[in-house]
Design a protein around this ligand. Structure first.
Ligand SMILES: *Cc1c(COP(=O)(O)O)cnc(C)c1O
Length: 428
């Protein structure tokens, strides 16, 4: 066992100071048992804990670190921005620059509003969809996570699912009475919901590629179907691309699948590792936001110059390099390696991957919805997680999270990972 004495000391103190010792639940390792390590520093695809242990990191701060940790262009941009002041609360040129870059990359976005987290983005997009359509009901899908928005914490994924309460306490039933929850990849249930609620559904919100209950892909034609039924009924199609935006392609999942949603939510990558969120879409809808329109939305730190500078630097790197080609190649290499290792160890797995997002489920059945994800042997996953951690490979500490590859992952990192997996899988 590698030593984590300093992490243990810090966690003991953290438990006295913060609920569960953490500021976001999945970090507490509860789903896999044991205790989290504390990070001293991170660079490229590697992180070091306070005890000096080094790990190859596939969490990538839950997605933002697509260029790896602490890439020089982002660090320099943040330093430069900080010299000029950390917050103004009045327009700054960096906001215009990031908005321009988002619009250039994502054609469905004509106008965009910055906020401070993915949660704010989805919360505001839903308010806007309701304001625009003058309807109340929203369709969401089982296992999709849209941040900790009250009305969306119904059958949610990520930490909510990890801890077995996808429906949070503290959310009045009256707050979620307008939320219709349906299984993902099931067109019939969506048709039925529209028939049962004529003229009442403001929109459908979804992760076009769900990445918060592991990773599974939309069936062929499913996203097209959602586009058609929303257009035909006057409801809005809202893509939550907080994870997939600038991850699956510069233009996100919507580019990859050729769908034009009415509204899109962003976060993670567009902040370059700083707290950020954004939502955008057709100008005609976006112009209903205050100060132009009656849908209120605001933020003291929204458009923060450090976050804008980091996001601009991140997007510039993604535009100027062959990042997505590299990520696809690395993703394919990791997929093949892990599949081969599992086959050799005779452990049935489903390795779901798209580009640089992946998930290993421990089941012999294909996974394309929450029900399928729930069939994974989570005890086996927990043993796999800890085995890999001992080998210096840090995977997300929950079955219901995506793994992420960055452009900083080297072939040697992937080789080491596959070698570790071959060893660990044999012990499961
Ligand atoms: C991470 C995530 C969110 C929430 O973003 P926060 O910045 O954590 O509030 C929302 N939707 C999706 C799809 C996410 O992956």
């Amino acid at each position: 066992m590698i030593s984590r004495v300093k992490s243990e000391q810090l966690f003991a103190e953290a438990l006295q100071l913060m609920p569960g010792g953490v500021n976001s639940p999945v970090r507490a390792f509860r789903a896999v048992g044991g205790q989290p390590f504390f990070v001293q520093k991170a660079k490229g695809a590697h992180i070091w804990d306070v005890d000096g242990n080094e790990y190859v990191d596939y969490v990538c701060t839950w997605g933002p670190a697509i260029l790896g940790h602490a890439p020089p262009p982002i660090i320099e941009a943040v330093q430069r921005a900080a010299q000029a002041g950390t917050s103004f609360g009045i327009p700054n040129p960096l906001e215009v620059s990031l908005a321009r870059k988002i619009r250039a990359a994502v054609p469905s976005v004509q106008k965009v509003r910055m906020c401070n987290s993915g949660t704010e983005a989805t919360m505001s997009a839903i308010r806007l969809a309701r304001g625009y359509t003058r309807r109340d009901k929203i369709i969401k899908f089982e296992g999709c996570y849209h941040g900790h928005v009250d009305s969306l914490l119904v059958k949610a994924g990520s930490g909510a699912l990890t801890f077995g309460y996808p429906d949070s306490a503290g959310v009045p039933a009256s707050f979620t009475q307008h939320t219709i929850v349906l299984p993902f990849n099931n067109a019939e249930s969506v048709k039925v919901a529209f028939e049962a609620n004529p003229g009442q559904i403001a929109g459908i919100i979804l992760e076009p590629v769900p990445g918060n209950s592991g990773v599974y892909l939309p069936h062929l034609g499913y996203l097209e179907f959602l586009r058609e039924i929303t257009a035909a009924t006057g409801a809005l199609l809202i893509f939550d691309e907080v994870m997939t935006g600038f991850r699956l392609a510069l233009g996100g999942a919507q580019q990859r699948f050729g769908i034009r949603p009415d509204l899109s939510c962003f976060g993670k990558i567009i902040g370059g590792g700083l707290p950020v969120g954004a939502f955008g879409g057709r100008a005609e809808i976006m112009d209903l936001l205050a100060p132009l329109g009656p849908v209120y939305q605001a933020g003291t730190l929204s458009g923060n110059p450090l976050a804008m500078a980091a996001g601009i630097a991140a997007l510039d790197q993604l535009v100027d390099t062959d990042a997505y080609v590299v990520l696809e190649k690395l993703g394919a290499q990791l997929e093949t390696g892990l599949r081969d290792a599992a086959r050799a160890a005779r452990v049935p797995i489903q390795l779901n991957r798209i580009g640089s997002m992946f998930c290993t489920y421990f089941t012999d059945q294909p996974v394309h919805d929450l029900q399928g994800a729930m069939r994974s042997d989570r005890q086996r996953f927990a043993r796999f997680f800890h085995g890999m951690l001992e080998e210096g490979i840090y995977l997300a500490p929950s079955q219901f999270e995506a793994g992420f590859i960055s452009v900083a992952h080297s072939e040697a990192d992937l080789g080491k990972t596959v070698e570790a997996a071959a060893k660990v899988l044999k012990t499961l």
